[in-house]
Design a protein around this ligand. Structure first.
Ligand code: GLN
Length: 535
């Protein structure tokens, strides 16, 4: 029988429910189990595609082209769970499906209600996510905080799993906060209240994971156990760490989380093997050299907006046994800056990430020019690659007006533009290139050296392309086009000639990087930046 674990959160948001859920996934995989991870977002948007990074952080793109919550990125970095469209559920999707069915007359005249029709659809989707003969455990993270109006139908559906699937096949893990108040005293009251709220809707948590600034002691655990009916050995302390989030599975294991889950769900216990994972954490801890990477982007103030990019840079650091210091530079600040020397004197590499809309573009173009003319390693991703092309067209080809039609529709040199067939489509969601696709890598290029292959598969999320009208000219002026779509119609990557490391890619390699398998592009970029830093 397949097992279902639900991870809920209490007290407040942003406690790291996603990392807690995926750390458990990681531990269960280390015990030899096959898992899948599922994220529920209780908002009415159908997916995260149309949401601003300021609202929601990064949009994580799956292989099958779904635009999802950034927690799926956490799942992908910690586990081997195969993630796709069905691993991300929103209230919008559930209602859309139920209302569609109602219009088709499929409820046979019944009154369509939240319970049972919405909850049934939620349960169907959770079961569907695990429907793969290989999957032993489905871990479902319910977004939001217990007590939010929006999450009620999802919690109700989860509650019903106990009677549908049996107690030993359903497990509830609740993540709460133990805050520190004046005088450095830790307080359990918010946790008590949050569990009470959960129990009021019929869910008794089996395990509590308690976030706190320092590790909670035995007495406190006893007290929490008394008030919440959760066994002392099932209360895990998720204290703040100064190392890396990748250490969290090890910290949970030390407190017996995986053992307790296996016992409670009656899963035969196999020996744990996380040699590789522990070695990775050790590599981080024993690295001493620091490589400083400047990120020139537009959503710099929000930590989560470039989540996968930041993580991938960190993975590149692991591959080179160096620590990373991220220097976040707001592209808009560069726009009026006279003195780029000072801004860039402390960085060893510059990364220009993806993005949409006009704000900050000039700052990114100036940064690319600076990196190109000063031999600083430069990595452009999606929008970043388009910026590198615009900069080259302006400063090497001499088209002063060169631009993307996204930013300047009437430019006289549209080096980045929409494809003919996209121009007359009005549906915003319909024109994006999304998800995994194949690219052909030209032999003899740096990209070919890095991948060691002519065929690569990467994920896309963009509308605009390098205009074929200017391809010949750009190449003649030295820009190397190192990858194309297999039909050779679209540019997938460019390289600066005579430069230590200047690569722009139209796709998003950050969605494929993990701490165990750092993406080769990030490893190579950090290596080049490290070399630059040594000079
Ligand atoms: N805005 C650009 C486009 O749509 C780049 C998108 C991105 O960086 N993801 O093509």
């Amino acid at each position: 029988m397949r097992k279902y674990i639900f991870v809920t959160g209490g007290v407040c948001s942003s406690l790291g429910k996603g990392v807690a859920a995926t750390s458990l996934g990681n531990l269960l995989e280390s015990r030899g189990l096959k898992i899948t991870m599922l994220k529920i977002d209780p908002y009415l948007n159908v997916d995260a595609g149309t949401m601003s990074p300021y609202q929601h952080g990064e949009v994580y793109v799956t292989e099958d082209g779904a635009e999802t919550d950034l927690d799926l990125g956490n799942y992908a970095r910690f586990t081997n769970s195969v993630l796709g469209r069905k691993n991300s559920i929103t209230t919008g999707q559930i209602y859309q499906e139920v209302i569609k069915r109602e219009r088709e007359g499929r409820y046979l005249g019944k009154t369509v209600q939240v319970i049972p029709h919405i909850t049934d659809e939620i349960k169907r989707r959770i079961v569907l996510a695990g429907k793969n003969p290989d999957v032993d455990v489905v871990i479902t993270e319910i977004g939001g905080t217990v007590g939010d109006i929006e999450s009620v139908p999802f919690l109700e559906a989860a509650r019903q799993f106990v009677s549908d699937m049996g107690k030993e096949n359903t497990l509830f893990i609740h993540l709460t906060l133990i805050p520190e108040v004046a005088g450095k005293e830790l307080k359990t009251k918010p946790t008590q209240h949050s569990v009470k709220e959960l129990r009021e809707i019929g869910i008794q948590p089996d395990i509590l994971i308690c976030r706190s600034p320092i590790q909670i002691d035995k007495d406190m655990i006893k007290k929490i156990a008394l008030f919440t009916n959760v066994a002392s050995d099932s209360i895990i302390s998720a204290y703040d760490i100064k190392t890396t989030i990748y250490e969290i599975p090890l910290i949970f294991h030390a407190q017996g989380l995986d053992k307790i889950v296996l016992e409670k769900m009656n899963i035969p216990r196999s020996k744990i093997d996380f040699t590789e994972w522990a070695a990775m954490v050790k590599t981080f801890k024993t690295s001493s050299r620091t490589v400083k990477i400047g990120i020139v982007g537009k959503y710099i103030n929000l930590n989560d907006a470039y989540k996968s990019v930041y993580e991938s840079i960190f993975h590149g650091g692991l591959a080179n046994k160096v620590r990373i210091e991220l220097i976040k530079i707001d592209a808009e600040d560069i726009e009026g800056a006279q003195d780029l020397d000072t801004i860039f004197s402390s960085v060893h590499g510059i990364l220009i990430p993806g993005g949409f809309g006009q704000r900050g573009i000039q700052g990114m173009i100036s940064s690319a020019e600076y990196a190109r003319t000063h031999g600083i390693p430069c990595f452009g991703i999606c929008l970043g690659m388009q910026i590198m092309v615009i900069e080259y067209a302006r400063n090497v080809l001499g088209y002063k007006d060169a631009d993307s039609t996204e930013f300047k529709p009437a430019t006289s040199a549209p080096v980045i533009s929409l494809l003919e067939e996209q121009i007359n489509v009005n549906n915003f969601g319909g024109t994006m290139r999304l998800g995994k696709s194949e690219s052909f890598v030209q032999e003899g290029t740096r990209l070919h050296q890095i991948y060691g292959s002519s065929t690569i598969f990467e994920r896309h999320r963009h509308r605009y392309e390098v205009s074929n009208q200017y391809r010949g000219e750009l190449e003649k002026a030295g820009l190397i086009i190192s990858a194309l779509t297999p039909d050779k119609t679209l540019v997938e990557s460019v390289e600066w000639p005579d430069h230590p490391w200047g690569i722009g890619v139209q796709f998003h390699p950050e969605f494929l990087s993990t701490p165990i398998n750092p993406h080769p592009l990030f490893s190579s970029f950090i290596k080049a930046s490290n070399d630059y830093g040594k000079k």
